[in-house]
Design a protein around this ligand. Structure first.
Ligand SMILES: Nc1ncnc2c1ncn2[C@@H]1O[C@H](COP(=O)(O)OP(=O)(O)OP(=O)(O)O)[C@@H](O)[C@H]1O
Length: 264
């Protein structure tokens, strides 16, 4: 489904401040994989997701999505294939637009049509069904401005928005990190439901090691621009957070350092 070969990304190349954010990343992601991505501070996790989405260009290597080499394609030309959510609920949805307008906007992502034509009766039915599925009652509030929703409700809506056009790939960059623990749990449960229902291939960055172990069928750990650990469902299901921290130390040769990491 996705193949990354030899991905390299530098910031400030050729200067004393040069940073090699991605260092020879090679990764095969199968259709339906739900990968949790953890790592030390500045390991390159966000840069990797941004490179896949085309938000930043890479300096070397190839990115193949669904058999197509998208390495040189700009972000908007990958948008139909990829749903993305970052950690900020304010950024992932448009506050002044209604729930249905936000969904219409998401539905038309990457297509050349006006917003007014987007909210047709059939689409509204589809939006209602997708919202009903996440169980927050938002399907009864289609005309409500999104700015009046809570952070958790906005991230749940962002999930529906990111998946309404059935992307090949879902990229989640700490999408529950800005929420209180209860809302974070709710949004994670909704995430799992949406991913399973549509069999979405998913990459999710998290600072919560429990979350990284609990969700998905594969776990990847990064350190200094490299993938240092890649474990499958069976091994993952037998690991504890302490095991994971110990594995990090043995693979990286350093103590796990992440000032935001949640060990439990
Ligand atoms: N736009 C940018 N300009 C310059 N340097 C950047 C930029 N984005 C990231 N970096 C640097 O690249 C490295 C990787 O950053 P990245 O944000 O991908 O790490 P991360 O694993 O997501 O980190 P964290 O978990 O701390 O958010 C870091 O050293 C960071 O400072």
């Amino acid at each position: 489904m996705i193949t990354l070969t030899g991905i390299e990304k530098y910031f400030f190349p050729g200067t004393p401040n040069e940073i090699k954010a991605l260092n020879n990343i090679n990764l095969e992601v199968a259709r339906g994989d739900f990968i949790t991505l953890i790592g030390s501070n500045g390991a390159g996790k966000s840069t990797l997701l941004k490179a896949i989405a085309g938000v930043i260009p890479v300096d070397d290597g190839h990115i193949i999505i669904g058999g197509r080499d998208v390495t040189r394609l700009p972000e908007h030309m990958r948008a139909m294939e990829i749903g993305r959510i970052d950690q900020d609920p304010l950024a992932s949805t448009a506050a002044e637009l209604s729930i249905e307008e936000n969904l219409a906007m998401a539905f038309l992502r990457g297509k050349r049509r006006g917003l007014t034509r987007a909210v047709t009766t059939n689409r509204v039915k589809e939006f209602r069904a997708a919202l009903k599925d996440i169980g927050l009652g938002l399907e009864e509030r289609l005309k409500v401005p999104v700015g009046t929703l809570s952070g958790g409700q906005r991230q749940a809506l962002a999930l529906v928005m990111a998946t309404i056009a059935r992307p090949r790939l879902l990229l989640l960059d700490e999408h529950t990190a800005a929420l209180d623990p209860k809302a974070a749990r709710l949004v994670m449960n909704i995430t799992e439901r949406v991913v399973n229902r549509h069999n979405l291939t998913t990459l999710m960055i998290t600072h919560n090691m429990e979350q990284a172990l609990q969700f998905g069928n594969r776990l990847i750990m990064m350190h200094r621009g490299r993938i240092i650990l890649d474990i499958g469902a069976e091994e993952k299901s037998n690991l504890t957070v302490a095991d994971l921290v110990a594995k990090f130390s043995s693979c990286s040769g350093t103590v796990f350092a992440d000032d935001r990491v949640l060990l439990a």
